[in-house]
Design a protein around this ligand. Sequence first.
Ligand code: EPZ
Length: 420
Amino acid sequence: MDKLIVQGGSKIQGKVKVSGAKNGSLALMPATILASGTYKLFNTPNLKDVWTFSRLLGSLGIFCELNDNELFIDSRGINSYEAPYELVKQMRASFYVLGPLVARYGKAKVSLPGGCAWGPRPVDLHLKGLEKLGATITVEKGYILAEAEKLKGAKFHFDISSVGATGNVLMAATLAKGNTLLTNAALEPEITALARMLVKMGAKIDGIGTSQLEIEGVDELKAVDETTIPDRIEAATYLIAAAVTEGEIELENVNPYHLATVIDKLEESGCEIDVNNDKIHLKMQGNPKPVDIITQVYPGIPTDIQAQWTTYMLKAEGVSKITEIIYPDRFKHVPELIRLGADIDVSDNFAIIKGGKKLSGASVMSSDLRASACLVIAGLIADGETEVHRIYHLDRGYEAMEKKLIALGANIRRAKTEII
Ligand code: EPZ
């Protein structure tokens, strides 16, 4: 297994191109099941979750090839409706093939995804939505079996705004007979981008960008080319890395609109930020002011930057509070930050951070993708050397992070973990 060795003390400064969104690609890739043909998904990030999803589509008979961030997909050879446990257990987003498979082929067998580092990740909304569209859902030996002669349009309300469930049910509804009305649908940019691709494919969807989606089912869709939106979470991660090291950064190929609330909070903490078109410029001098955050669904503060913000607030002069609404247990990174000298108390779904304590480098363990990122950022401001282990988590969702950070002035290198 690999680790990253981070030497504290460098400022993050310079220009960096933001990659295509991991969660954007993972939403567009299953849509290729809905129509046989060839697709080119541009600006696809070269990272582990995309490779895993490509293997999953491959197991269904769909050809995928990623070259220089251009993902070529040929779905004309699809020959299976079963998503195996070995792949689904690696990545929860594999579950997104359920809706398209049952909509296109009337049958889907997908392993139930496991939990994750921060607790259960239910899929009840995915299943309830597909049942409302007429699918018969049974569970056997850890697999979900969904069957339907032909899905029928229906009204469905998401009790909780869910990115994945909205994507799954939306894709299924495009080929259902009749009209579907989805309320409390997710507003995340990745879902809006999926809806736009589906319309390019011939789907009839009204209300895109709102929480009320009206879909008029069609008989068939066609393959298209599409460009993945920039990764707003990667962008926020680099902004925080620059802010916490009193650096100066310019992000390129980013959509500032997708980061409005994050930019507000960074400005509140004392950062100078300018945005235009597809660039964000951030400059920070001195320590940040303590700024509380509460994670919300879009357009609120995303849960996927909660860990990174926790590290940022370690530098603040004062006490800050982080409240996690989306995943109340998403604090596995806190004990690792405490190993570096952080003063953080977690209870229920919030963390109290007493900033200003000196951090000293140590070996720390990644527990999930965003926790890894927060530990790398902590290494940038800790005295001495910090070893971040199990960075296979990081490789799932950040394209060439250490290369980008080295280009921005960080003293960081990848090494093999000695097996003892
Ligand atoms: C997506 O996960 C993202 N993953 C996650 O990013 C992100 O943290 C999450 O949305 C929230 O923004 C991808 O897009 C691949 P949800 P998803 O369904 O779709 C509850 C990362 O680091 N819920 O929006 O699985 C759930 O428990 C990853 O890139 C149900 O109760 O998240 C949570 O509390 C981590 N029943 C809330 O909804 C369901 O059937 C939001 O989850 C589904 C979800």
